[in-house]
Design a protein around this ligand. Structure first.
Ligand code: ADP
Length: 379
C-alpha cells in the first residue's frame, strides 16, 4: 500500500515546493522545522517546531507519518540510526545518507565505487606539507557547508593559514582546484522497487561559490551526457538509494567529467523541473519514497533557464515592484518563497523562463536580463 503521510525533516523552500506536489498526489505533508515562519509550514498539515537535528522531535514526527524524508542534511545521524533500528522508516535510509554527509567521507565513498573525483585529502593544520597539491587549492568544511559557505578557493599559503585560523575546525577537506570548462548538474531518482530515472543534464553557473543560474538542457556531446548518466546510475544502484539526489559535476576542457558533490535530496539545480518537465523533482521525491511509479523526467519544452533571486541586503522588503517587472518577460514563472527576511546571499525565490527551439541559445542573455532587474539597486 502506498504511504500517504510523508514527514519532511526541514521546512525551507525545498519542502515548500514539495508541498505543492504533495497536494497534487493526495499526500499529506508534515514538517519538522525550527520556526513557524519557515516557508513549508504554510503547506504542511502538521508541523513539529524543532531544529532539524532534534531526534526527539523526529521520533514524534515518526509517530504521525508513514515515512520520513529530508530536505537538508544537517541531521544528527547517530540518533536517527537508533530511530531507524527501532523501525522508523527513513527514505533515503540512514545507511544511504551515512557515506554522504561528511564531504571527506563522501569523496572517499565516490572513489571507492569507482567514480571520478578531484584529487583530495583531509588536513588537520594549515602548516601540513601539501605536496603534491599546488596553489590554488580548495578548502572545504567537512559538514554543514551550503551555498558556498564553508568552501574557499585559496591562492597561496598565507590565505590558507588565515582562513584556517578564522574557521577553527579540527579537520577540513583539501582538494585540487579544477579549472573547469563548465559546471554541470543532474537530478536522479530511484524508488523503493529499484526503478531509476534521470533528468536532463544541466549547466550551472556559480558566482562566489553560489549558484546564480541553470540552463536546461546543457549543450553537451552525447559522450559527456552518457558519462553523467552512467555516474548517476552507478551511484543510485551502489547505494540502493531511495529518493532523489542532485549530483554536481565539473566538465574539463578535455571532456573529463568529475563529481564535485552529491546532495541526497532535491537540489537547486533541479528547480527548473517545476515548470519545464513532466514531473518536477519534488513530485519525483514523493513518488520515490512512497514507492509509486516514477513519472517522466523529460522536458516539456525545448529548453529553460532558471535564475536564483538571492538576497543582496538586510531587509523586510517584499520586492513586489521587481517581481512585477520580471513577470513581464514572456514565459517567465516566478517562485517566491515568502521568507520574512532578506539577507545577502539568502535564496528568496527563483524564476524559470521556458525557451522555444529558436530561443535555446538565449538562456544566458535572459539570465543577465533578470539579474539586471533583480540586482539593479544593489550595485
Ligand atoms: P557547497 O556545498 O557550499 O555548494 P561546493 O563544494 O559545491 O560547496 O562548492 C561551491 C562551488 O565552488 C562549486 O560550484 C564551484 O564553483 C567551486 N568549487 C568547489 N570545489 C572546486 C574545485 N575543486 N575546483 C574548482 N572550483 C571548485
Amino acid at each position: 500500500m502506498e504511504s500517504k503521510r510523508v514527514g519532511v525533516i526541514g521546512g525551507g523552500q525545498l519542502a515548500w515546493m514539495m508541498g505543492e506536489a504533495a497536494e497534487k498526489l493526495g499526500i499529506e505533508l508534515l514538517v519538522q522545522t525550527p520556526s513557524k515562519h519557515d516557508p513549508a509550514v504554510s503547506r504542511a498539515v502538521e508541523t513539529i517546531l524543532a531544529p532539524v537535528d532534534d531526534a526527539v522531535a523526529t521520533a514524534k514526527l515518526a509517530n504521525l507519518c508513514d515515512v520520513i524524508t529530508f530536505e537538508n542534511e544537517f541531521i544528527n545521524l547517530p540518533e536517527l540510526q537508533l530511530l531507524s533500528q527501532k523501525g522508523v522508516c527513513f527514505r533515503p535510509s540512514i545507511d544511504n545518507l551515512a557515506p554522504l554527509l561528511d564531504k571527506y567521507n563522501q569523496r572517499c565513498y565516490l572513489q571507492e565505487i569507482g567514480l571520478p573525483v578531484p584529487r583530495f585529502t583531509t588536513i588537520s593544520s594549515a602548516s601540513e606539507n601539501l605536496s603534491p597539491y599546488s596553489f590554488p587549492v580548495v578548502l572545504k568544511a567537512r559538514r554543514h557547508g551550503y551555498d558556498g559557505q564553508g568552501t574557499f578557493i585559496l591562492p597561496d599559503q598565507v590565505s590558507l593559514e588565515q582562513t584556517w585560523q578564522s574557521l577553527q575546525q579540527p579537520k577540513m577537506l583539501l582538494e585540487e582546484f579544477i579549472p573547469f570548462e563548465k559546471e554541470l548538474a543532474v537530478i536522479a531518482a530511484r524508488n523503493v522497487s529499484g526503478e531509476i530515472t534521470i533528468y536532463p543534464v544541466v549547466e550551472t553557473y556559480q558566482k562566489n561559490q553560489v549558484c546564480r543560474w541553470v540552463i536546461a538542457p546543457a549543450d553537451l556531446s552525447t559522450q559527456v551526457q552518457s558519462k553523467v548518466n552512467a555516474i548517476a546510475r552507478t551511484l543510485l544502484s551502489q547505494l540502493q538509494f531511495v529518493g532523489v539526489l542532485g549530483i554536481e559535476l565539473f566538465l574539463t576542457e578535455q571532456e573529463e567529467v568529475l563529481v564535485n558533490e552529491i546532495a541526497p535530496r532535491t537540489h537547486n539545480s533541479g528547480h527548473y523541473t517545476l515548470d519545464a518537465c513532466y514531473t518536477s523533482q519534488f513530485e519525483m521525491q514523493l513518488r520515490a519514497v512512497t514507492d509509486m511509479t516514477l513519472g517522466s523526467p523529460n522536458l516539456k519544452f525545448p529548453g529553460a533557464v532558471m535564475v536564483n533571486l538571492l538576497g543582496y541586503e538586510y531587509s523586510h522588503h517584499d520586492y513586489q515592484d521587481k517581481l512585477a517587472e520580471i513577470a513581464t518577460i514572456p514565459e517567465a514563472h516566478i517562485h517566491w518563497y515568502g521568507k520574512k527576511e532578506s539577507r545577502p546571499g539568502r535564496k528568496l525565490g527563483h524564476v524559470t523562463v521556458l525557451l522555444s527551439e529558436a530561443e535555446r541559445q538565449l538562456g544566458q542573455k535572459l539570465s543577465q536580463k533578470i539579474e539586471s532587474i533583480w540586482y539593479e539597486s544593489s550595485n
